[in-house]
Design a protein around this ligand. Structure first.
Ligand SMILES: CC(C)=CCC/C(C)=C/CC/C(C)=C/CC/C(C)=C/CC/C(C)=C/CC/C(C)=C/CC/C(C)=C/COP(=O)(O)OP(=O)(O)O
Ligand code: 1GP
Ligand code: MG
Length: 233
């Protein structure tokens, strides 16, 4: 696991397909968050990725691309996060698109910059679940088995519990965290307040805050201090 990524506690996920003003972007990048993850499910193009990357690059924090399609991959990011949706019903989203990409980029990839993520999507209504035909009807035992698959069988550096757009079950996150030893647990979904950020950060290694940046920036900014000022920090 890359040392630096292993230290991230709080990350803002910015969607290249959404508008953000220069003033708001400055507040986000200077909030004290550990990194910016650029990614979204739909409408992600080379143009909007390049534009957002160059704007984030004015600030000194790490900037990573979470690859959602091969057309929008471009040099210039610090890291490339590569999702595999472990609970997808279609192999495209688990390995097939990855094999196609590796045939194209495999020879020139800098593996130091690559972070493979095992996604487990639990909100059936989010775009990522619909696109990937994820089986979101999972019990705690199922999720624990996916976490073990990610860590013990696939040796993935990141297991990502994704509830995008909906606040998840803290008990599920706690149980997953207790299962994992080396693999880092990312939690994302519905973190819209400092309280929620604090609650999920007590279990997940890294919390990812997305839509609230666009819906309520002052609340989004409070999630950073909520995580960074925790007693156990
Ligand atoms: C030239 C150069 C520098 C090369 C770099 C090398 C490199 C990084 C090459 C790529 C290698 C590689 C193996 C790529 C994988 C290709 C690929 C397309 C994989 C599939 C990815 C995937 C599973 C996508 C499905 C959607 C998904 C999980 C997206 C992640 C982000 C996410 C969940 C966003 C939130 O979405 P949602 O809330 O549902 O919707 P909104 O957008 O409205 O928020
Ligand atoms: O947009 P929200 O609900 O904060 O989710 C964040 C992230 O996990 C989405 O991929
Ligand atoms: Mg989003």
């Amino acid at each position: 696991m890359l040392m630096e990524v292993g230290e991230w506690q709080h990350v803002f996920k910015l969607d290249p397909n959404k508008e953000i003003s220069d003033e708001d972007l400055e507040l986000v990048c200077e909030s004290g968050t550990d990194a910016i993850l650029v990614g979204g499910t739909d409408g992600v193009t080379l143009d909007n990725v390049l534009s957002l990357m160059s704007r984030v690059r004015r600030y000194s924090l790490p900037c990573a691309l979470e690859v959602s399609n091969i057309e929008s991959v471009t040099p210039g990011f610090d890291f490339y996060f590569i999702p595999s949706v472990l609970n997808s019903r279609k192999t495209d989203w688990v390995v097939d698109l990855h094999i196609e990409a590796l045939k194209e980029f495999g020879d020139i990839m800098n593996w130091e910059e690559i972070v493979a993520e095992g996604y487990c999507i639990l909100n059936e209504d989010c775009k990522a679940a619909k696109l990937t035909e994820a089986n979101t009807n999972l019990s705690k035992e199922d999720v624990i088995a996916y976490a073990r698959l990610a860590e013990r069988m696939f040796n993935l550096p990141v297991f990502y519990l994704e509830y995008s757009g909906r606040y998840g079950d803290p008990e599920m996150v706690q149980a997953t965290k207790q299962t994992l030893e080396k693999t880092r647990l990312f939690y994302g979904g519905g973190i819209t307040t400092a309280e929620r950020a604090k609650e999920m950060a007590a279990y997940a290694d890294t919390i990812v805050v997305g839509n609230v940046v666009y819906d309520n920036l002052p609340e989004a900014l409070k999630t950073v201090t909520a995580v960074k000022n925790r007693k156990d920090n």
